[in-house]
Design a protein around this ligand. Structure first.
Ligand code: FAD
Length: 402
């Protein structure tokens, strides 16, 4: 296929990565972003071996690793200090690792890459609708301006996508009843040295996480009910302080710094279900297509993999329709698995169910201690699953083969 005119809605992780790959491949790419000044929203996140391989393909892995914090595994303890979750990338390959990284750092890397490619970035345009013009698609912004027509319009406007229901009236994206607040603070506990994402939870109503995201910095997560995260409602940080100090007294210095700084950002999540990934020349990517709760730490990684798979599918197919089929075959299985698995797991960590907490503590603890099961769970964490019964493997160097 020759060069296409491609529009991308949303300058987030998935949109930026797609723009970089597609512009490199010689397509004429226009990225449409609602903010005047595109920016990262949120604190830090965990990149899996999958996402790191995509950054490598974009030529960004080295810089990301230098700026982030290497993570060797995930440890989750309950309120009695009993280790319920204990997973390590080393179960899969001695050289495998995840990477905690500030969102601003990842954003800047992708943004620089995008601006270095021949993609055009148009800011301050909020896209509210999509129209078909024969085989092509036009994006309409809030001021009724038309952008396009494009041979392919990629919608990567995130989990709260405004376009999803314009294109798929029967798409569903209910809000989860729980979300979280998160902030990045100095690593006063020297947590980076342990190279772990650590979580602590009591029942299913109280959960805190600490993720090293840079040398000397960690992101703290605290679980809250969605109504308490409403933008017009002040956060009760004093209650968070009391509960967090009771749950995790050893982390007091981090909790105190985060509360005193008062710079928590609020996050709510949606569970997105689309009937398919594309409608003619309009393709959904990233959270807009398969957003879910971040319980398994996969969303950004899936968005990066989507971006890579799209460029590859366009390179291999004879036309846009063929590329959409190839993309669906490539990305469908793992996107569906992680969306379902995250959804299934979420009430074990964020709900009002005492029985689920008991089951979690018994079963997960047992599973993490059982040979054969533990590596499978580490594979889930690393982003390797393609379904309930199938998985990819890391290559001989411990990297995810794209
Ligand atoms: C608390 C929390 C922790 C997380 N932790 C992890 C983790 O550890 N690992 C991981 O992989 N994932 C994690 N995630 C998930 C991850 O943040 C998302 O999957 C990822 O950001 C999705 O990227 P995206 O590009 O699809 O969407 P977004 O990053 O949401 O980007 C969407 C872009 O579209 C723009 N936009 C929106 N609407 C319009 C419009 N109408 N017109 C034009 N532009 C528009 C937005 O301004 C934004 O720039 C976490 C999420 C949360 C909330």
């Amino acid at each position: 296929m020759g060069s296409l005119e491609i529009g991308i809605v949303g300058c987030g992780i998935a949109g930026q990565a797609a723009a970089g790959f597609l512009a490199d491949a010689g397509h004429v790419v226009t990225l449409l972003e609602r903010f005047e000044q595109p920016k990262a929203v949120g604190a830090g996140l965990l990149l899996q071996p999958t996402g790191l391989s995509v950054l490598r393909a974009l030529g960004l892995e080295r810089e990301a690793v230098a700026a982030g914090a290497r993570i060797d595994g995930l440890v989750g303890e309950n309120q009695w200090g009993i280790k319920v979750i204990d997973l390590a990338y080393g179960d899969l390959h001695p050289a495998a690792f995840g990477l905690g990284i500030r969102r601003t750092v990842l954003f800047d890397l992708l943004n620089r890459r995008l601006l270095g490619a021949a993609a055009r970035l148009v800011t301050g345009v909020e896209i509210v609708d999509v129209e078909r013009e024969g085989a092509r698609a036009v994006a309409l912004d809030r001021k009724a301006r038309r952008h396009g027509p494009f041979d392919l319009l990629v919608v990567a406007d995130g989990s709260h996508s405004a376009l999803r229901n314009r294109v798929f009236p029967r798409a569903r994206a209910p809000l989860y009843p729980w979300g979280c607040i998160w902030a990045t603070v100095p690593d006063t506990l020297a947590s980076g040295a342990a190279r772990l994402l650590r979580q602590r939870f009591a029942d299913t109503t109280t959960m805190m996480g600490i993720l090293p995201v840079a040398p000397g910095a960690v992101t703290m997560f605290w679980s809250l009910r969605t109504p308490d995260l409403s933008p017009d409602r002040p956060l009760d940080l004093e209650a968070v302080r009391q509960e967090a100090l009771t749950l995790w007294p050893e982390a007091a210095s981090i909790v105190e710094r985060a509360i005193d700084a008062g710079e928590f950002q609020r996050a709510t999540y949606r569970h997105v279900t689309l009937p398919r990934w594309n409608e003619g020349p309009v393709l959904f990517l990233g959270d807009a297509a398969h957003g879910t709760s971040p319980q398994l730490g996969q969303g950004a990684n899936l968005g990066l993999l989507d971006a890579h798979a799209l460029a590859r599918s366009l390179a291999e197919a004879a036309d846009v329709a063929g590329a959409m089929d190839l993309f669906a075959a490539r990305r469908g299985p793992s996107n569906r698995f992680y969306r379902s698995a995250s959804h299934l797991l979420t009430p074990f960590f964020q709900s009002d169910s005492v029985p689920l907490a008991i089951l979690r503590d018994l079963l997960l603890r047992q599973a993490c201690q059982t040979p054969f099961v533990r590596p499978m769970l580490s594979g889930v964490l690393a982003g390797l699953r393609r379904g309930w019964f199938s998985s990819d493997s890391l290559d001989a160097d411990g990297r995810y083969p794209l």
